[in-house]
Design a protein around this ligand. Structure first.
Ligand code: CUA
Length: 331
């Protein structure tokens, strides 16, 4: 009971809705709980009733059959049909409320989210498919207006779920699906992959921040500015080019320094604004001073099985330099 009740609050509680879709789901949840309690009580009462001591009335086989038929049709057909139809009438509008309707797609703010094993890629589309702002494991959205999340996956099926805003919706490789969610007020919400997707399914957390429209526009505008090209001086820059740049993008990184001598199809998170993210490893480690270097040394212990190879061949000092350099990546 204590374990179950602990789920009633907190940043991932469906019982603490923070948007219209989640509020509608909240009432569906209570309605289903209420109906199931009533059904359970009725069944329990009937069960107790059968223990009653009484004289068996004399009935003809025909009468017996009629009574039995009444129970089968009433309890086995009518009762489930009526209760399921009632719940459906109540729940169907809730599902509809999360479809990108009635605003045509394109009128609400559009944010793309791509699921990866085991992290989230978040894209803010630019003009004509160019100049997307890309970040990872942190989703910034405007509050007080509907936002369409266009979802897909880069590998296996994941599911996008911000419990306090509503959802969830599967992210399927090779397909795009859209879910419309809204946050009533600015705030921070937890989100979690909701479809088993491999060893680190539980380590696939997303930090969601809803901001006032103005703050959101400012946040996005800051990231839309093309970054200054990064000079190729500095040990950290060269080390990053050698050990990291084959899988991780940093906008403005000198291409000549990228050493890509491995055959791989793995893409790691874009690190252009990594210093501004609240966590590392998709929610595994809080971002603080020295955290990136620590992550680079111990990531396979902190998040076993994650797709980044271990860095045993790189000395600690180099990893610390790379970490410090990345921590400063904050537009
Ligand atoms: Cu991704 Cu579970």
């Amino acid at each position: 009971m204590a374990g179950a009740l602990a789920g009633c609050a907190g940043e991932m509680s469906i019982l603490d809705p923070a948007g219209p879709a989640a509020s509608a789901q909240f009432w569906v949840w209570w309605a289903m709980l209420g109906v199931s309690i009533v059904v359970a009580l009725v069944l329990f009462t009937l069960w107790l009733y059968t223990f009653r001591r009484r004289e068996q009335p004399k009935r003809t086989p025909r009468e017996e059959q009629r009574i039995m038929l009444r129970w089968v049709i009433g309890g086995g057909v009518l009762l489930p049909v009526v209760s399921i139809v009632a719940l459906l009438l109540f729940a169907a509008p809730t599902g509809r409320g999360m479809l990108p309707l009635p605003l045509p797609v394109g009128e609400a703010e559009l944010i793309e989210v791509v699921g990866h094993q085991w992290w989230w890629e978040v894209r803010y589309p630019g003009e004509n498919g160019e100049g997307d702002v890309v970040t990872a494991n942190r989703l910034v959205m405007p509050a007080g207006e509907p936002v369409d999340f266009r979802l897909t996956s880069a590998d296996v099926i994941h599911a996008f779920w911000i419990p306090r805003l509503g959802g969830k919706r599967d992210m399927v490789p090779g397909r795009y699906t859209t879910i419309r969610l809204e946050a009533d007020e600015p705030g921070v919400f937890g989100a979690q992959c909701a479809e088993f997707c491999g060893a680190q399914h539980t380590g696939m957390l997303l930090h969601v921040e809803a901001m006032e429209r103005d703050d959101y526009d400012a946040w996005l505008a800051e990231r839309r500015v093309p970054p200054e090209p990064i000079g190729d001086e500095g040990d950290a820059v060269r080390a990053f080019g050698e050990h990291c740049a084959a899988c991780h993008t940093v906008a403005g990184f000198p291409e000549a320094l990228i050493v890509d001598d491995v055959t791989h199809d793995i893409v790691g998170p874009d690190l252009t604004d990594i210093g501004s993210r609240p966590t590392l490893g998709a929610g595994v480690l809080p971002m603080e001073e020295g955290a990136i270097a620590y992550w680079l040394q111990h990531h396979q212990t902190l998040k076993p099985g994650n797709r980044m190879p271990p860095h045993n061949h790189v000395d600690t000092e180099t990893l610390q330099e790379i970490g410090a350099w990345l921590e400063a990546m904050d537009p």
